[in-house]
Design a binder for this molecule. Structure first.
Ligand code: PLP
Length: 424
């Protein structure tokens, strides 16, 4: 006999206070940050230099440049790849906004490609149809920590003379064919925002193995200068630059967290493996996949509900929201991630980036169309997904995972009863 759902007044499966928040800050973090604070250079200082070296070594890159956000690192990628006003850059239709707005930052034009249902990443089979004579680059987003099939993407890019930018902001340590993301394309960007697996409050890292790309990215990073803040500078803007540098305290925090990153990744993999096994057979639940040749980092464990089988596709996102509310009532930290697919966001639909229609009205640009019928898979995914993020992370362990399992079984075996629930 099933017990009453908490959303209808029953007892919740997971008691309050069971979940431990991310990230755990310990005495190592305190030591690193205090040492920086007690030092004399809080701007681009010794911890920034060390963080770049240590992260490059951890990831297997020749060059790493520490930035104040992942978005800054993405913009540096666009600039490094030599993209100019009006050039087109291909990107997935479903991601964080700045996977695509970084293209606008450089006056370039995003061209969206629908996603593949299985992997939730860009549908690689649809990339070639989106290439025009204006296309300069492809941004691949290793979404939720699952790498894109880079063998196929790099082959397409080579055939058409395109650069490949990796948005690895969620994918620290994820691998494809045994190689870490950020080493597979021409350059890449990581984020160290609080929610990411390596976090320092805010922050990011540009990575590449190409010296030319590194130099171009560095100019954009620091006022268009050609020398780094630790070299003797001539304070001259050789090109248009931004101020994307990191500061020493944040870099110190990032270095401290980096000492535990491998532990974090192993820990969440173990939690996910346990959870995924226990969710086998849950009705109306579609579990995420980890295809051959891929090593997921399980930054985000994303489930979809089979709302077609539940006859709820006519109001999919509303019914999904009811299931999420029911899970949350049981104490599961379930969250809906992106409610808007990228081309549906106002900045693209209204083309309102810089005023006067720029950059879309540039004489160097050609007309692009963001009609939403082009992205049905991304829309279906957005409407039917739910995420389990932080409750599967260090130091939350198997006890909590077992409770999450129990709560999901409880809700999904009674999911039809949610029809009577008023809209949430
Ligand atoms: C977080 C994130 C970004 C942006 O990183 P910030 O550090 O917040 O600028 C870009 N792309 C993806 C996929 C992200 O998850």
């Amino acid at each position: 006999m099933s017990s009453q759902l908490a959303i209808f007044g029953g007892a919740p499966v997971i008691p309050k206070g069971t979940f431990q928040a991310w990230p755990l800050v310990n005495e190592v973090d305190e030591e690193y940050v205090l040492a920086s604070l007690r030092g004399t250079n809080h701007a681009f200082g010794p911890n920034c230099v060390a963080f770049e070296k240590e992260f490059a070594a951890w990831n297997g890159n020749q060059y790493a440049i520490t930035t104040n956000s992942g978005t800054a690192a993405l913009h540096m990628c666009v600039a490094a790849c030599g993209c100019s006003e009006g050039d087109e850059i291909i990107v997935t239709a479903y991601s964080w906004s700045s996977s695509a707005t970084c293209i606008l930052h450089h006056n370039c034009i995003p061209v969206f490609v629908d996603i593949d249902w299985e992997t939730m990443n860009i549908d690689v089979a649809k990339i070639e149809a989106a290439i025009t004579e204006k296309t300069k680059a492809i941004i691949v987003v290793h979404l939720h920590g699952l790498a894109v099939d880079m063998e196929r993407v790099m082959a397409i890019a080579a055939k058409h003379g395109l650069k490949v930018i990796e948005d690895a902001c969620q994918a620290h340590g994820a691998k494809f064919q045994g190689k870490k993301v950020g080493t597979l394309g021409h350059c890449g960007a990581f984020s160290f925002n609080q929610n990411k697996n390596l976090c320092s409050g805010e922050g990011g890292m540009f990575v590449t193995d190409d010296e030319e790309l590194m130099k171009k990215a560095r100019m954009l990073w620091s006022f268009g200068e050609t020398r780094t803040p630790t070299e003797s500078r001539d304070y001259h803007a050789y090109a248009l630059g931004w101020m994307y540098r990191n500061n020493d305290l944040t870099a110190a925090f990032g270095r401290a967290q980096l000492t535990r990153l491998d532990l974090y990744l192993e820990w969440q993999r173990n939690n996910v493996q346990l959870l995924d096994k226990q969710l086998e057979g849950v009705p109306y639940l579609i579990r995420p996949t980890e295809p051959e040749q891929h090593e997921h980092n399980w930054y985000n464990y994303v489930l979809r509900f089979d709302l077609a089988a539940l006859n709820q596709m006519h109001n999919a996102s509303q019914f999904r929201d009811k299931i999420v509310a029911a899970l949350r009532a049981e104490g599961v930290e379930a969250v809906v991630w992106q409610r808007f697919i990228l081309p549906r966001m106002t900045v693209f639909q209204a083309k309102n980036a810089y005023g006067y229609g720029a950059p879309w009205t540039s004489p160097h640009a050609q007309l692009v169309d963001y009609a939403l019928e082009q992205y049905p898979v991304a829309q279906r995914h957005s409407d039917t997904h739910v995420c389990l993020v932080q409750s599967l992370r260090y130091p939350n362990g198997p006890e909590l995972t077992e409770l999450i399992t129990e709560a999901i079984w409880k809700v999904m075996t009674q999911v039809e009863t949610l029809e009577e629930l008023a809209a949430v």
